[in-house]
Ligand binder design. Structure first.
Ligand code: HEC
Ligand code: HEC
Length: 288
């Protein structure tokens, strides 16, 4: 058994322990989410209206460990991905001030302002997938956010902790709250399912197919190739992302895609296991 498998198992058993532990010690908050899926008519083939695939109203129960069930920890995931796109604002003229403290990642401009570019799709920065390759910056991850208070996290976002890590000029107060909630409650350590070699353990592909066909296929097609995220020469489809960057896939599926009609499956009550199942299935879709 290799190290990453041992780690995955350890994380899994810890997860199970926490779930069981929390059930007895502190009762989890049960929250009913009623959310009509957002669907853009022009994205979908009119022959197959999406309301035949997705019930217009889904009644689902989400188990959370939050003290306040009204906390929106999902919307901030879109800001983490690309806040400039999501908020429809022009990227700042200069590179993010901390960018100059590294030399390994040679991108410039807009990319230097995306949380994911410095902290990774897996939220682990240097310790994760961005620990090598062209995205290497050497910057730390954000998984420790879970153990910080909301005030401490806000201090990271508004420059009080480090004046070069200041997003308050671009985010409204409500958006700062969304990103803080995402950091505190929305992060998930995907090592429980995704191995360092990008393979996925513990997902059920046949359940993934049912979920994929029932939701994702409406916009992405049954083979995931209806929308091309790349270009003609280098097409990128659902299968390509699932295979090449399962961490990005996990984040996009969980939280949605910025400034698009793609919904967050967490908002319609999918479980972590459901996301792992869809990822497992999506890795079997064509990559080109
Ligand atoms: C240009 C790279 C860069 C970008 C973009 C960036 N960060 Fe950071 N972030 C850092 C660095 C470097 C640190 C550590 C700074 C220090 O130790 O003073 C940090 C620290 C943090 C911390 C504290 C982590 C800890 O465990 O102490 C959080 C939380 C955080 N960033 C969240 C975010 C979020 C959310 C965004 C997007 C809105 C973001 N960061 C964008 C580079 C970046
Ligand atoms: C209502 C339509 C819709 C639904 C439903 C939907 N998506 Fe998307 N998805 C989009 C759009 C639009 C984009 C952005 C495409 C682009 O940037 O060209 C996108 C982007 C993506 C991307 C990332 C593209 C990139 O830029 O890297 C992935 C991965 C993805 N979707 C997977 C899924 C999965 C998995 C599901 C089901 C859980 C799903 N989508 C459901 C519309 C949808």
């Amino acid at each position: 058994m290799n190290e990453s498998k041992v780690l995955s198992l350890a994380v899994l058993s810890l997860g199970v322990f926490l779930l069981v532990g929390c059930n007895t010690a502190t009762p989890m908050v049960s929250e009913t989410v009623t959310q009509p899926p957002i669907v853009s008519p022009d994205l979908i083939d009119t022959q197959t209206p999406v309301d035949t695939q997705v019930p217009t109203e889904m009644q689902v129960t989400v188990e959370t460990q939050q003290p306040d069930s009204n906390v929106d920890y999902v919307s901030g995931g879109l800001l983490y991905d690309d806040w400039m796109k999501q908020l429809e604002v022009e990227p700042p003229a200069e590179d993010q001030p901390l960018w100059k403290t590294q030399t390994t990642n040679t991108r410039s401009g807009k990319d230097t302002w995306r949380c994911k570019e410095c902290h990774g799709w897996d939220y682990k920065g240097l310790e994760g997938a961005y620990g090598s390759g062209s995205h290497l910056t050497g910057f730390k991850g954000v998984l420790d956010s879970v153990s910080m208070t909301e005030d401490e996290l806000l201090a990271w976002m508004d420059g009080s902790e480090n004046s070069e890590h200041n997003f308050s000029g671009y985010f409204q107060e409500a958006e700062l709250t969304l990103i803080v909630n995402f950091l505190k409650y929305g992060l998930f350590d995907t090592a429980a399912y995704i191995n360092a070699d990008k393979s996925v353990s513990g997902g059920d592909g046949s359940n993934g197919k049912v979920l994929y066909d029932g939701l994702c296929a409406a916009c992405h097609g049954e083979d995931g190739r209806m929308l091309n995220f790349g270009d003609e020469d280098e097409p990128e489809f659902v299968g390509t992302i699932a295979f090449d960057n399962p961490w990005e896939f996990w984040h996009k599926a969980s939280f949605g895609h910025p400034a698009s009609q793609m919904i967050s499956v967490l908002k319609i009550g999918w479980s972590i296991q459901d996301i792992a199942d869809v990822l497992t299935y999506s890795q079997t879709l064509p990559t080109e």
